[in-house]
Design a protein around this ligand. Structure first.
Ligand code: ADP
Ligand code: MG
Length: 699
């Protein structure tokens, strides 16, 4: 076994205490004491001085050193944010929400007052908010209403090493904003006080802080004209690394065995398991609970805590609570626990070696959507995962792959800008009068990706044939939806079915799937779902579920119009094999989309009614947006894409999987051994032919 060498000699660190506390209580005192012990604390004054004196500062520090939770508070105390707010961007929403609640606790304030967050479809901030955690996508969205981010004095771009598409776009945009806001020479047009500005410098200069957990900070520095790089010395205890002797065909099973091996053989300490996604996490969770029941009575208990992107904020806090006495906590996490969220108490890491990666697959196949693929991690991720075992004391990392496999891993991931769909970002930038293809990025986007985004936006009617934004495109950008779904929503006005399309779009925008689809429950689910099934396919079937759920919502509560109790709703969902989480989230999304419709003077109540032929209106609206996701049946009985060249199969979970219809529209493609279309409805060729392509000239 290799060991990670410690950067500094071992030093004892107190375990975090996360119970809500009143001011002056001993728990609060412990939190403040813990803050002082963080590695970043010693650098506080020097860091603030650099940020004060420079437009851009790059801050590099090991995960857990205190960057995300402390820097915003230091900035607030230093007065640097006197004239505006502090934004802290995160690539993932679960990180934004959980870090906001941690910082609210540390500042002894209620979440949503001094410290808040804003993520897609959920805003928890107020006029009082000075520190706001946002997803990088949300900050991009704010640019639409505030192109120079004037409400902010400091923008902290956190987790920059992840190089998400939106982080890269935000960085490119910040570079331009800095030129405008911070040059004391140029008078900002229309601001009046030109003379004063020249004399005293800009009144509300912008400070940018870029934070990263990995050492490749030079790239960020050179992008911002050799910005200063500050390094925070972290703490790392030695970690013993074990590889498997042979490759493991089933990493979930290998993880299960390793969890129990550690649990029975090793001294106390929590276990952190890295898995690619929610499905694997849920399946391992079930197996662990099953096996834990069979342990001899004198063994310690096991408590599992899942952690993944769509986990509701209420469930997150458990992860940070110290495990009860005599219990070992097993945290089952996606790569979110690599650098974004630090979990105290972990001594053992199990690394599946896998992650999910967003990727847009080829112009000929993909249309406007990204797919999530499970793939091998990079060396850089593997080291981050390993490091999580040595935060508080010496630990162990069990890699569920061989040493040869590790050596063959790529060093670091390709930035998203070179592998993801650019459609949505391109549309938003168009609204800011910027052409994505002309902007200066840290790494330039892939030319195929640019061409694909332009084509999609043109097909959707968001751009005209001169690549100019159309009024329709501007309206599409107004909705926090993928452009194809925004287009379908807008088209529903024409077909008189906005209410129905809103419901479907909300389900499609939820972070979980509506139909609980695992191969072992597929038959039972099929039986339970059969009453919802609509002959046209999955979209109207979804709508039927929404309608049935609405009835339960209304009826279960009784006569006085009270809402049904949560347990009853959950129970109903379980019996129907549909996801309660998906429905609750979709209903929240729908409520917000309705608000946005009202602001745009779109009547969301317009409904085509529950009558025969309703599917025509609904599916014609959907095809307007999903026109690239259509396929025709060929004489040989297979489906071929209308706008691509691929042969596709209908996913076995779809209600149309055994049927042959002349044409289909689908939500997404999934790649396994074959290309499968998921979320499929039968349409006629006419629906595709009637999609207008060139009649949205000019804006
Ligand atoms: P960095 O951003 O440098 O990775 P953080 O600021 O996220 O570090 O974390 C600093 C410390 O705060 C960590 O050691 C962690 O233990 C503690 N911490 C962060 N979030 C929480 C939380 N929700 N509950 C308890 N402790 C937390
Ligand atoms: Mg952090």
């Amino acid at each position: 076994a290799q060991t990670l060498t410690p950067l500094r000699p071992k030093k004892k660190l107190k375990v975090a205490n996360v119970h809500p506390t009143g001011p002056g209580s001993s728990k609060q005192a412990a939190i403040q004491e813990q803050r002082k012990q963080l590695p970043i604390s010693r650098g506080r004054n020097a860091i603030i001085k650099e940020i004060r004196e420079n437009d851009v500062t790059v801050l590099v520090g090991e995960t857990g050193s205190g960057k995300t939770t402390q820097i915003p508070q230091y900035l607030l105390d230093s007065g640097l944010a006197r004239n505006g707010m502090i934004a802290v961007t995160q690539p993932r929403r679960v990180a934004a929400t959980s870090l906001a609640s941690r910082v609210a606790l540390e500042t002894q304030s209620n979440l949503g007052s001094l410290v808040g967050y804003s993520v897609r479809f959920s805003d928890c901030s107020s006029e009082k908010t000075k520190i706001k955690f946002v997803t990088d996508g949300m900050l991009m969205r704010e640019l639409l209403g505030d192109p120079e981010l004037e409400r902010y004095s400091v923008v902290v771009v956190d987790e920059a090493h992840e190089r998400t598409l939106r982080t890269d776009v935000v960085l490119a945009r910040l570079k331009e904003i800095l030129k405008k806001r911070n040059s004391s020479q140029t008078d900002v047009k229309g601001k009046g006080k030109g003379k004063e500005r020249e004399a005293s410098g800009p009144t509300n200069p912008l400070r940018v802080v870029i934070m990263s957990a990995t050492l490749d900070a030079e790239k960020f520095s050179s992008f911002f004209g050799n910005a200063k790089i500050l390094y925070v010395q972290g703490r790392q205890h030695p970690v013993a690394i074990y590889h498997t002797a042979a490759p493991q065909p089933d990493y979930v099973d290998a993880a299960l065995r390793t969890v129990f091996q550690i649990h029975t053989d090793q001294p106390p300490g929590d276990i952190l398991v890295f898995l690619p996604g929610q499905e694997d996490i849920e399946s391992l969770d079930k197996s662990i609970q099953l096996y834990a029941k069979r342990l001899p009575p004198d063994t310690h208990n096991i408590l599992t805590c899942p952690l993944y992107a769509s986990l509701p904020p209420a469930h997150q806090q458990q992860i940070f609570l110290p495990s009860p006495k005599g219990t070992r906590k097993v945290i089952l996490a996606t790569n979110i626990a690599e650098t974004s969220v630090t979990i105290p108490g972990v001594r053992y890491v199990i690394d599946s070696g896998k992650c999910k990666e967003k990727r847009w697959v080829g112009r000929g196949i993909g249309g406007g959507f990204d797919t999530l693929l499970t793939r091998d991690i990079t060396k850089s991720s593997a080291w981050q995962r390993t490091g999580r075992a040595g935060r508080e004391a010496a630990g162990s990392c069990f890699r569920l792959y061989t040493e040869e496999a590790f050596n063959a891993l790529p060093l670091s991931a390709e930035p998203e800008i070179q592998r993801c769909s650019l459609t949505s970002s391109m549309l938003q930038l168009k609204c800011l009068d910027q052409n994505l293809e002309d902007m200066e990025f840290m790494e330039s986007p892939d030319m195929d990706g640019v061409a694909q985004a332009l084509t999609t936006l043109y097909l959707l009617g968001a751009l005209d044939d001169k690549k100019k934004l159309t009024p329709l495109g501007r309206q599409m950008a107004y909705f926090p939806l993928e452009p194809p779904l925004a287009r379908a929503l807008l088209a529903s006005q024409e077909f008189g079915c906005t209410s129905e399309v809103l419901s479907i779009v909300s389900i499609l925008s939820s972070s979980s799937k509506l139909f609980v689809d695992t191969s072992d429950t597929r038959d039972a689910a099929r039986d339970a779902n059969s009453k919802f099934r609509h002959i046209s396919g999955d979209h109207l079937t979804m709508l039927n579920v929404v309608r049935a759920y609405e009835e339960v919502l209304q009826s279960e509560g009784g006569a006085d119009g009270k809402k049904a109790p949560k347990a009853a709703l959950k129970d109903w969902c379980m019996r129907q094999y549909v996801s309660h989480r998906c429905l609750t989230e979709a209903f929240e999304i729908r409520a917000q989309l309705r608000d946005l419709c009202e602001k745009q003077k779109i009547d969301w109540k317009v409904s085509c009614g529950d009558k025969r032929g309703e599917e025509q209106a609904i599916l014609r609206s959907l095809v307007r947006g999903l026109v690239q996701n259509t396929a025709f049946l060929q004489p040989d009985g297979r489906y071929k894409q209308v706008m691509g060249r691929s042969i596709i199969k209908i996913h076995p979970g779809s209600s149309l999987c055994d049927k042959k219809v002349p044409a289909v529209v689908y939500d997404e493609l999934v790649y396994t051994t074959q290309v499968y279309a998921r979320g499929v409805s039968a349409i006629t060729r006419n629906y595709i032919a009637e999609v207008p392509v060139t009649n949205h000239r000019g804006s």
